[in-house]
Ligand binder design. Sequence first.
Ligand SMILES: [Zn+2]
Length: 384
Amino acid sequence: MNPLQEALTQRLRNEAQLLELISTTNPKKEDLARWGGFSEKTAARLLWITRTLPTWVFHTAARTHHIGIAALDAIASGINKLCNPDVDKHALIRDYLTHADTLSVTELDAHIRTHLNQLNKNHTIPRKARLAFNANPDVNGHCFLQGAGPAELVAQMRTILTRDAEEIRRAHPNTDMKLSEAMFSALAHKILSERNTDNNHDPYLPYRPCYVIACDPTLRYHSDGKVITTDGSLINLTDIVNQETSTYGYAIAYTLTEGGDYEHAGTWGLERFFNNHQRFIATIENPLCAHPGCNRPATNCQGHHIHAWSHGGATTNWNHAPLCAPHNAQNDDTNTHHNGRIERCPTTGILGLKRHPTSELQFNNLPVARKGIRRWLAQLKQNE
Ligand SMILES: [Zn+2]
């Protein structure tokens, strides 16, 4: 072997060993990308390979086969497409590993495809229902949505939407609205009209857990919703209720009135959730999820309490960070220092990720995220 061949052979062995380590340690995509100098796409692919094939494959590949990432990727892709339940997966992988020793990656890939076509004859993978939305609008400002699901369910949806669409067309007799256009309006109306922004019209209110608070008898209730304490200070009853009931859905308050009787003073959906106006403000300030590199639009994000609500964090604009569901779930709300936590830069107010209490804030620097008003305000401040 010449030095180049030796180096390349060593590289293949290292690649298989690398996959074996990824398989046994299962790192996070972001960490793998950072540590390995990979793009997140490459890191995701490596993780996918190690989750599709069992660990022994990489162990064997590194020690007896000397095949690298490309060949193992081809094998993983093939195994992923196998839908004949009678085939022994492990034996098939062993067979492909042996082929990988003598074939180039291109030949291996072609061999696996042909072989699988034969194995899969008369078998199909049962597909799961799905609905997906295109992230980028086309030149007309339209976004595609598409999905698939059980035929009978789709037929029912279609019947309901067709009925509504025809009603819409009848209501607009002088326009040449096509059925497909009316169908879209019907769908949009169906979904958007059910959005409810008012706690008092929450259809699930009667089914939520409820906490009845008998307020401290030293407090006196006033008709303006405030409570006077024995030392003469006025406090919003909602503040007391919110504090008392942080783990419940809504509260009903009974208080002693000036007349000296207990009376129902109010029912509150707890201000655990950011209201629409706060969400709107947060979207203008941060158009995307606050996590570095995440391109989920803020409008589809959850309202995250930077200082956790369960630890007394307020539902205020300053304590609000839009985070997509996965990144919200990852956030360290306690002092565990596992994934890091979202914080606000104290001088600019820009949201960023603090991986560790001592590390610098990392910001979402995707082009859309940089359009956020907070960035602009920070620049204005800098130019002062
Ligand atoms: Zn995110």
